[in-house]
Design a protein around this ligand. Structure first.
Ligand code: DSN
Length: 431
């Protein structure tokens, strides 16, 4: 394996080997990362990467699509079934372009979107002023009501919706540990004539496995996602919608039932050129895996592990934003807990082989590069087969490391313990 890479490009080969070692010897706690299966990895590294296929199955701008058309169709059908959607577009290169494609599908420049504030758990693409989308559209942001329970301020959401008349009411997050009230969000959207859109990137695998609620069951019109987080596929994006699926080559009126066609036309030719067919193949493989009984067991264990880890951390004095979690992730206020910034904490944990990320907490007074919090989660360690008792061990290491943060010798000792522990938990690609 890799003999050509080794002989043709040694620096890249060496970096790959070093990364293999890092992934094996460390605990991956970044909640948006995961380890793909060997089948997903194999699909990614195939000659599907050689092909151009601008357009959609049966409607391409290049010849030679006799294998790509059925491939993309299979990916589409699997995605629709997995999430109970009328339509799936599997071409978005990742989550940010997927969101942008929906904005451009449904809105005109200057139109308004109501989304969640970044420091309260929303995502950059939900309206951060530094993004390209924020230069085109008018973003208004809602917050959580209460940092202790983490409940979204639905009254504020309704008031803002009535005042600003958004075209899209956007739910979804990258750092919010609680379940959403989709029925309420859909009703607010409905009241003001907006569509309800969910960015489920973080929790797609948990929704696929029916461990968290599916927004389509509550009247949502569009759901976007990445495919590489809890869903455990290749890096990529996905847009699901309700509506009539018609010919993406013909312009259609901006009506709710035409959303699938509007989205297809917005992805291509609106925003992207040729889809990455090797990634489409890997997405299809991941959708099949996510429909399996084993995946349901996996998703249940992600939640059990997150609950256990959050309880153990709180017992040791870690202050969790919202005091717990309903999903796979936790947000910890490290300033209140140990008077350590998120940046310092990230470095201490890196030193012992625990990878997580610094993160803003709601209304953080500190800067994004040195915020008050850290964010961690259980999807990747659960893929490696870790269970509740392993969460107790991780909480113990996290406590010991942060309370000995300046003791290099002690941190080295913990790092060795982590490396030895990890040997019992192979990556899926080892099989
Ligand atoms: N960057 C992803 C995350 O870490 O949550 C979101 O896009």
């Amino acid at each position: 394996m890799l003999k050509h890479l080794k002989s043709n490009d040694k620096p890249i080969y060496d970096l790959l080997k070093a990364e293999e070692k890092r992934q094996h010897e460390g605990l991956e706690l970044i909640p948006s990362e995961n380890y793909v299966s060997s089948a997903v990895l194999e699909a990614l590294g195939t000659i599907f990467t050689n092909k151009y296929s601008e357009g959609y199955p049966g409607k391409r701008y290049y010849g030679g699509q006799m294998n790509i058309d059925p491939l993309e169709t299979l990916a589409i059908e699997r995605a629709k079934k997995l999430f109970n959607a009328d339509h799936a577009n599997v071409q978005p290169l990742s989550g940010a372009p997927a969101n942008l494609a929906v904005y451009f599908a449904w809105m005109e420049p200057g139109d308004t979107i109501l989304g969640m504030d970044l420091s309260h758990g929303g995502h950059l693409t939900h309206g951060d002023p530094r993004t390209a989308a924020a230069r085109v559209f008018n973003f208004i942001r809602y917050k959580i009501k209460d940092i202790e329970t983490g409940e979204i301020d639905y009254d504020q959401m309704r008031d803002l919706a009535k005042k600003h008349k958004p075209k899209i009411v956007l739910a979804g997050f990258s750092a919010y540990p609680r379940e959403l009230d989709y029925a309420k969000i859909a009703s607010i959207a409905n009241e003001v004539g907006a569509i309800a859109m969910m960015d489920m990137a973080h929790i797609a695998g948990l929704i696929a496995a029916k461990q968290l609620k599916n927004p389509f069951d509550f009247g949502f019109h569009v759901v976007t996602s990445t495919t590489h987080k809890t869903l455990r596929g290749p890096r990529g994006g996905l847009i699901l919608s309700k509506g009539i699926v018609s010919n993406p080559l013909s312009p259609v009126e901006k009506k709710i039932e035409n959303i699938p066609t509007l989205i297809d036309r917005s992805v291509f030719p609106g925003l992207q050129g040729g889809p990455h067919d090797n990634v489409t193949a890997a997405k299809a493989v991941a959708f099949k895996e996510a429909a399996s009984p084993q995946f349901k067991i996996y998703a249940k264990q992600i939640l059990k592990n997150a609950k256990r880890l959050s309880e153990q951390l709180m017992k040791k004095g870690f202050k969790l934003v919202t005091n717990g979690t309903d999903n796979h992730l936790m947000l910890v206020d490290m300033i209140t807990s140990f008077n350590v910034s998120g940046l310092q904490a990230e470095r201490v944990y890196d030193a012992i082989g625990l990878t997580l990320n610094k993160n803003m907490i709601p209304d953080d007074q500190r800067k994004p590069f040195s915020p008050s919090g850290i964010r961690l989660g259980t999807p990747a360690i659960t893929t490696r087969g870790m269970k509740e008792k392993d969460m107790d061990q991780i909480a113990e290491w996290m406590y010991k490391a942060i309370t000995h943060k300046d003791d290099e010798k002690y941190l080295n000792k913990l790092h060795k313990e982590v490396i030895i522990y990890c040997k019992n938990f192979p990556l899926p690609s080892d099989f």
